[in-house]
Design a protein around this ligand. Sequence first.
Ligand SMILES: NC(=O)c1ccc[n+]([C@@H]2O[C@H](COP(=O)([O-])OP(=O)(O)OC[C@H]3O[C@@H](n4cnc5c(N)ncnc54)[C@H](OP(=O)(O)O)[C@@H]3O)[C@@H](O)[C@H]2O)c1
Length: 284
Amino acid sequence: MILITGANGQLGYDFQRIFKDKNIDFIATDYKELDITDIDAVREFVKDKNINLIINCAAYNNVDKAEEEREICYKLNAYAPRDLAIVAKEIGADYATYSTDFVFNGNKKTPYTEEDSVSPLSVYSEAKAEGEKLVLEAYDKSFVIRTSWVFGIANNNFNRQVINWSKSRDILGIVDDQVSVPTYSYDLALYSLKLIETKNYGLYHLSNSGVASKYDQAKYVLESIGWKGTLNRAKSSDFILPAKRAEYSKLDSSKLEAVIGEKISTWESGIDRFLNEIKEKGEL
Ligand SMILES: NC(=O)c1ccc[n+]([C@@H]2O[C@H](COP(=O)([O-])OP(=O)(O)OC[C@H]3O[C@@H](n4cnc5c(N)ncnc54)[C@H](OP(=O)(O)O)[C@@H]3O)[C@@H](O)[C@H]2O)c1
């Protein structure tokens, strides 16, 4: 039996869809059913359920708010992932949890590999980096999967923000000095599962293939939906945000691709599928 935590988020929702399609048994929990910051509740919950894999999709993802909510951010992104690893070890289940490209400072100008050392620029990324370390120390049957710029149908994300802005504005300015890779949560779930099935535990990078600035991503979305307005390039310095972001944080996913023996699809194809899905839901 597979336990998903944070199952109502973008990634959790797509894991659920994939498991349903494949007829794989799972238990989906979000905050209401199982608060991952309460290790005793987690211990109690997993009892007698024959769980052989825990996938932690829960997280604190408000990068700017984390600057003032350090404690809850660390609880969710560092200590709870470690506690889940401890419980997974106690019951002999495999374990997967997620981290971020934001653990890097962006000084490198070529894709970041698992060998590169972390240098977080914000509270959110410090907490994620701490979580990675704690999990890998706590349990050797863990997967720690770093990803970037996640979008999916189950939550708000940059694609949806751009679409909303486009409804009320004729001119948009989007930064072109933050570069990484948009990643479709469905692909993140799908390729994670392929990785988990190999039982080659450890630290991995998993993003859709390609590279994009926020400007490139917005341009692709806006052209795809046929927006008639003007899109301008902006700079991060034009917007004052509490958390610092790296200029470049593209992840190199080739370690994972070698292990699963497959190339990951492009971010553009992910956005195409995302837009089709929200169109079917009547959002476009
Ligand atoms: N989103 C990104 O751009 C991005 C980028 C890099 C890495 N990641 C990482 O990728 C993973 C998946 O992200 P995502 O975008 O799918 O996240 P998401 O959509 O924000 O989903 C997170 C889920 O966790 C739930 N949650 C919050 N606190 C909880 C608690 N104490 N116990 C149980 N569940 C709780 C949330 O519920 P509520 O909504 O009710 O709070 C939400 O349903 C995360 O580890 C994230 O940090 C995401």
